[in-house]
Design a protein around this ligand. Structure first.
Ligand code: HEM
Length: 595
């Protein structure tokens, strides 16, 4: 009897000891968030041993052993964390969202791994409402009224997601990092200066010349690919090679030659692997650096970083050709008292941020046009008229000499109504950054109050909020009717169809908004105008497979590009310019094998 009582007392002591140790650990993790991964790991490995030691010192005959201590401690800690996250005491408790997401960000990482995070977040908003909880400490909102308060001048600095996306070394000795990862608003504003200068009016002229040369090359290479009449062209890969080469020119005055050798060195794959890793670790910032040191992951990231170092060294030894981003970053680094690594990382950022994004929009546009042949035709008509009016012949030499003569068309292309509408509608339906616009209250501010109508939403420090462009831009409150469909007419001020469109430009955020928005957005728009105009003017495209299914195949799709007939034979000179191009396309259809 006595021994049973003493055993029960021992058990009680053990349970109390374990619970106290677990609660103290939870409190410490919560208060000091983010605790460095190594510190958390050491604590989790040692605390049960320490608890065992103390219990055994207090009750020498206790049966509290290490084999019991570890599972008991982890169980108590997990229970405590889960209970708190689901409890009404959590500051985000009143916001709806799936239980699994309230409990852990591992779920978000899993969804990202499957590549469908944007669709999933939209479905959650459809189901739970405009402000939802998508992590233990994270909200997501599609309320456009909140956008300026989150992303705008009165908004917040970047959120913890950026700690998990960091690809460089975590900041240099002065605290600077790549622009996109900088969470400190003051440092961010300082580094944003050279970026803004690099995309000012003067440099943009140089970039447009570089762009035209690359457009001419793209046109030329596709033309060669179609020299037998038609060609199967991978419309995910070609735009990627084109934008990668172009960003190489802009950032490093580089000669990357991806279009020339169809990326035989696997640069795109190298970048994609590094980016894929980051799209997952952004959900688990506290573990990102440790995961990054795993050999296979480290290999991916270091391969990309070493590539950056290699091209930076090459660039620094190059004779001065033109003011590129490397030049502007170098100029600023002297002023900011910073180091070479910062130039390398920021120029690499230009390749990452500027190539994949623009390429993905170009692929989306081709996909949308091929799925809507009537719109494709209307766009061709507008582009044909433009080429005729400005007497542009995209024969490589002619275009190259236009550049020399300082003839550039970015501005006039920007005034083409239909083209503009197609690009805007693609950016609306398939924004290249569909989910990750995350912000969090600045350190030491304790909280951020967001006003929504008469309601005040309080976001305490230690929590974050995201604005997902994919979900916002498909919200029927802001874009209707047909919010999920490709309706470029919604961008006209008046529609001939008599349909009254709701088009909320303040909910159109493909380049984000506010002081941390995309510095390259004007250039990206010009780039897309040129590339699309040339593709539509000189090539007839159609899906390679009639049963193309974007759900399974996106973004890999192959189009059959048929060059317009002018590359095959001279059209009848008696035809007017406009009808000549129409004829050219009809002729090119006859070039189809068996067609
Ligand atoms: C269609 C093409 C592009 C799209 C859709 C796009 C979109 C975006 C978005 C949404 C952000 C903001 C992320 C945030 O608010 O947290 C961003 C940031 C950024 N983008 Fe772009 N981008 C494009 C092209 C470019 C180009 C051509 C460059 C040129 C190098 C560029 C460089 C950057 C940089 C450096 C940032 C970080 C800005 C900062 O933190 O202050 N992007 N981009």
């Amino acid at each position: 009897m006595c021994s049973t009582i003493s055993m029960l007392q021992d058990c009680k002591t053990i349970v109390i000891a374990t619970v106290v140790a677990a609660l103290t650990t939870h409190l410490w993790l919560k208060t000091c968030d983010p605790v460095p991964f190594w510190a958390a790991a050491i604590a989790l490995l040692t605390i049960p041993s320490i608890a065992t030691f103390i219990v055994n010192a207090v009750i020498p005959s206790s049966m509290f052993s290490l084999t019991l201590a570890y599972p008991a401690f982890y169980l108590a800690l997990t229970t405590s964390i889960c209970a708190y996250r689901l409890s009404p005491f959590h500051p985000l408790a009143k916001f709806p969202g799936p239980i699994i997401m309230r409990l852990t960000k591992l779920w978000g990482a899993w969804v990202a791994y499957q590549g469908q995070a944007h669709i999933y977040i939209k479905q959650l908003h459809d189901r739970y409402g405009p402000i939802i909880r998508i992590g233990p400490n994270e909200l997501s909102t599609v309320e456009k009224e909140l956008i300026p308060q989150i992303l705008g001048n009165q908004g917040m600095p970047k959120g913890p997601l950026w700690d998990g996306r960091r690809f460089g070394n975590a900041g240099n000795s002065k605290g600077y990092d790549t622009l996109i990862d900088l969470r400190d608003s003051v440092l961010h504003a300082e580094l944003r200066g050279p970026w803004n200068k690099a995309f000012g009016a003067e440099p943009m002229k140089t970039y447009e010349e570089l762009l035209i040369r690359r457009i001419v090359e793209l046109n030329d290479r596709l033309k060669k690919a179609c020299s037998r009449g038609t060609a199967q062209v991978d419309m995910a890969k070609w735009p990627s090679c084109f934008t990668f080469d172009l960003m190489g020119d802009l950032a490093f005055s580089g000669d990357f030659r991806l279009m020339e050798n169809v990326d035989k060195d696997g640069r795109l794959e190298m970048m994609d692997k590094a980016m894929f890793f980051m799209s997952i670790t952004q959900h688990l910032p506290w573990i990102a650096m440790s995961v990054r040191s795993l050999p296979i992951i480290n290999n991916w990231v270091m391969k990309f970083m070493n590539y950056g170092i290699e091209i930076s060294i090459k660039r620094s030894q190059m004779e001065f050709k033109q003011k590129d981003l490397f030049y502007y970053m170098g100029e600023a680094c002297g002023r900011l008292g910073s180091e070479f690594a910062l130039i390398v990382q920021n120029c690499l950022l230009a390749i990452i941020a500027g190539s994949d994004t623009t390429a993905s929009i170009l692929s989306s546009i081709v996909y949308l046009l091929l799925s809507h042949p009537d719109k494709y035709k209307k766009l061709q008509q507008e582009v044909d008229r433009f080429f005729t009016e400005y007497q542009i012949d995209l024969d490589a030499q002619q275009a190259a000499s236009d550049v020399v003569a300082g003839k550039m068309y970015g501005e006039v292309l920007g005034r083409l109504n239909y083209l503009n509408g197609v690009i805007s509608e693609a950016l609306r339906l398939f924004p290249a950054v569909p989910t990750s616009l995350q912000r969090a209250p600045a350190k030491g501010t304790s909280s951020k109050a967001l006003q929504l109508g008469n309601t005040i939403v309080i976001l305490p420090e230690g929590n974050a909020i995201s604005v997902p462009p994919y979900a916002v831009q498909r919200d029927p409150r802001y874009f209707s009717p047909y919010s999920e469909e490709f309706v470029r007419e919604r961008w006209f001020s008046s529609s001939s169809s008599g349909i009254k469109y709701v088009t909320s430009r303040d909910a159109f955020i493909p380049f984000s908004a506010g002081p941390q928005n995309c510095p390259g957005h004007s250039f990206a728009l010009i780039e897309m105008h040129y590339a699309l105009a040339v593709l539509v003017k000189n090539f007839n495209m159609e899906f390679d497979t009639p049963d193309y299914n974007p759900v399974c195949q996106w973004p890999k799709f192959v189009v059959t590009a048929k060059p317009s007939a002018k590359y095959q034979s001279s059209p009848d000179p008696s035809l007017s310019c406009e009808s000549r191009s129409a004829c050219a396309r009809q002729c090119s259809i006859t070039l189809l094998p068996g067609g």
